[in-house]
Design a binder for this molecule. Sequence first.
Ligand code: URA
Length: 266
Amino acid sequence: MVMESVLGYHDAKALLAWQIELGATEAIGDTAVNRYELPEKSAKPATAPPAPTAPTAAPGPEPVVDPVAAATSAAANAGSLEDLKDALAAFPHCDLKRGARNLVFSDGTPGARVMIIGEAPGRDEDREGRPFVGRAGQLLDRMFAAIGLGRAPKRPEDGIYITNVLPWRPPQNRDPTADEIAMMRPFLARHVALANPDFVVLMGNISCDAGLEKRGITRLRGTWTTAFGKPALPMVHPAYLLRTPSAKREAWADLLSLQARLRGGA
Ligand code: URA
């Protein structure tokens, strides 16, 4: 019997070749066949035995890839935002990629003082290849315009830079899984390091999960913390504000808090 776990590929192949040289014509299973069993009770058909098949070498074990380690090394090797986008495009371990039309990397002003991290592309973003272009994105634009910030501002210091935890749309806009968030976290950390904003806005629970490893946005929102080494402000997601307009008052308070920080205040 060839034990896959004991023999390597080449040893197993050499052992099979040696058995063929000894005259072996048939590969047998782990359990012995009772050839004295009556035909009607036999599990084997009473027909002629199958033609002997050439023994094949046991395939070597599949290499086990840790997607988080692979993501960490791919992200670390990216020296620019363009490199990082290319590294994500080449990353083979996230199945969401197969169902998505586009990689949604970022939008706005690279190098802006404020970096906004959303959840994942929806249908509109998947089509356009840009984050926050649907209804929630239009609200996001209005929210930040209210404190003088935008994706393509007249003055570079008024810019915002936008990305998501996931660069690919999840099927039916389902929530990202813990594994998906874990394998995208190294890319996101590198994204923040390369974009180097003064402040990060964590939009919603998935973003808090990626940046703070905790959820509970209604409790977290409005309290400054640190994510990816930057001062970070959790805020409720604009999609939530579309469904719950009464939460806009708190979102406005959070925007004013961000504005105060930008102006050098508390
Ligand atoms: N919601 C998000 O979190 N990100 C987008 O890009 C669009 C909607």
